[in-house]
Design a protein. Structure first.
Length: 256
């Protein structure tokens, strides 16, 4: 095994998980650092204090994957934001040489990296977090964001060169329901778009530790409305307007 494999900013490793690749058993690698500062992010140590975390050597990860190869042949690479590290190409290359399938979690801020990884055959699945409507993206991300790069990543991912999904974490104090439906409409042509519940733990902005997730009934209603938008393209308030118009519009036969 080549020397120097440990010189990557990997700060976490889960041997087996049923949660990180929907419907699949996978291992999970956590890259440190991120170029966003989303206040609701629950990986604050990986983003803000990653230099205090112990390294997980890639040699150990590869040996562990070989050990479990009979049961686990998929790895989720997440963070932080993996695409800010040029060493990502090398890490994924080592995984691919082990015949491992790779799912990459990303914020979409580096479309050129995504294109390069796909072109090199280093990823099999991309999951992009869409933080909210694009016109207020700086608010969701806690920093200045190049929206053109976010849009470029979305367009490239939707070309379908590899399997993909989009997802949005909904935060009560930050997002309105209309924000959720606006994103659903924007991504209507995508293969998959999922809502994720906000979990108030280890947030970058500690004030968000006091924010309670949407009540279960509200979240389920939003999720149902999102699926309806993806099918019909009609937002909930537009369905109400159309229903009212149908009720108030006089029947032609009766008006004669």
């Amino acid at each position: 095994m080549p020397s120097g494999m440990h010189k990557f900013p990997i700060k976490g490793f889960i041997e087996t998980s049923f949660l990180d690749w929907k419907g699949e058993l996978s291992s999970v690698i956590f890259f440190a650092g991120c170029n966003f500062r989303c206040p609701f992010c629950h990986n604050s140590d990986l983003v803000l204090r990653w230099d205090t975390l112990s390294d997980v050597h890639l040699e150990y990860i590869i040996l562990t994957l070989r050990k479990y190869k009979q049961w686990v042949n998929k790895v989720v690479v997440t963070g932080g934001e993996p695409t800010i590290h040029m060493g990502l190409y090398n890490v994924l290359g080592y995984l691919k040489r082990e015949d491992i399938q790779v799912k990459l979690d990303t914020n979409g801020s580096s479309p050129s990296v995504l294109r390069g990884l796909v072109a090199e055959g280093l990823v099999d699945y991309i999951a992009m977090d869409v933080k909210g409507p694009l016109e207020r993206y700086d608010t969701w991300c806690g920093t200045k964001v190049d929206i053109k790069k976010i849009e470029e990543s979305i367009r490239f991912i939707m070309e379908g060169n590899v399997d993909y999904e989009f997802r949005m974490t909904v935060v009560p104090s930050l997002h309105r329901e209309e924000d959720v439906y606006q994103v659903a409409e924007y991504l209507r042509a995508s293969d998959k778009f999922f809502l994720q519940e906000f979990k108030p733990r280890q947030c970058i902005d500690r004030s968000f530790l006091n924010v309670q997730p949407f009540p279960k009934g509200v979240f389920e209603r939003m999720d149902k409305n999102v699926q309806q938008i993806r099918v019909t393209g009609i937002k909930p308030e537009e369905r109400i307007i159309k229903f009212r118009e149908k009720i108030l519009k006089p029947d032609r036969a009766d008006s004669k």
